[in-house]
Structures are given as structure tokens and as C-alpha cells.
Write a protein of this length. Structure first.
Length: 107
């Protein structure tokens, strides 16, 4: 796989994974949860969404590491790498957060 293609693949997966917790009421988009609102609609609490976001960050990181090692030697990452990529992943999740919590819902 080309290095440029692998980089764009990781970026696209990171954008999709960062927004997934905010775009549906299922865990990882697959598992239905038992919590319900007063109207009977399914409800996923914010803390579940944040844990899901953390798990998806780890999955995307592992996939990126796998792609990097298949292309060539994988570099050792220090704390600086995570100090940059965690906030970047949160920035990528901002559109989903805005649509879920800050957009005005018409009733």
C-alpha cells in the first residue's frame, strides 16, 4: 500500500470513528442499549459516548500502527505523540458533538 494512501485512510477512519459515538444511540453502532428517555426513545448517556470515543481512538491507533509497520519500520512513540493525537481526535469529534448536543431540536 502506498504511504500517501495509508495516511489518507487513517485520517478518514479517524474522522468516521470520532463522530460515530454521537451519530447513533447504539454502542459502536451495533449493540442496542437498554436506557430509554421519557418518550421511549433509546438514550446513550454522555459517559458511554466518551468511553466509546476512547475505545475508538485506541482502535484507530492500533490500525494506524499496523499500517505503519506493514509499510516499513514502525517508530517508537513517546508521550508527545499522545499529547497531540488525543486532542486532535477530540477536535475531529467536534462536528458530531455539535450535532448531538448543541443543535436546536425542533419539537
Amino acid at each position: 500500500m502506498d504511504v500517501s494512501l495509508a495516511a489518507w485512510l487513517v485520517i478518514a477512519l479517524a474522522v468516521a470513528a470520532a463522530n460515530l459515538p454521537f451519530m447513533n444511540e447504539r454502542l459502536f453502532g451495533v449493540i442496542a442499549l437498554k436506557g430509554r428517555t421519557e418518550e421511549g426513545a433509546p438514550h446513550k448517556p454522555l459517559w458511554v459516548r466518551l468511553l466509546e470515543l476512547l475505545a475508538l481512538y485506541i482502535v484507530v491507533g492500533l490500525l494506524a500502527r499496523l499500517l505503519e509497520s506493514s509499510i516499513g519500520g514502525a517508530f517508537v512513540q513517546g508521550w508527545e505523540f499522545y499529547a497531540v493525537t488525543v486532542p486532535l481526535f477530540l477536535v475531529l469529534a467536534f462536528p458530531g458533538f455539535v450535532l448531538r448536543y448543541l443543535r436546536r431540536h425542533h419539537t
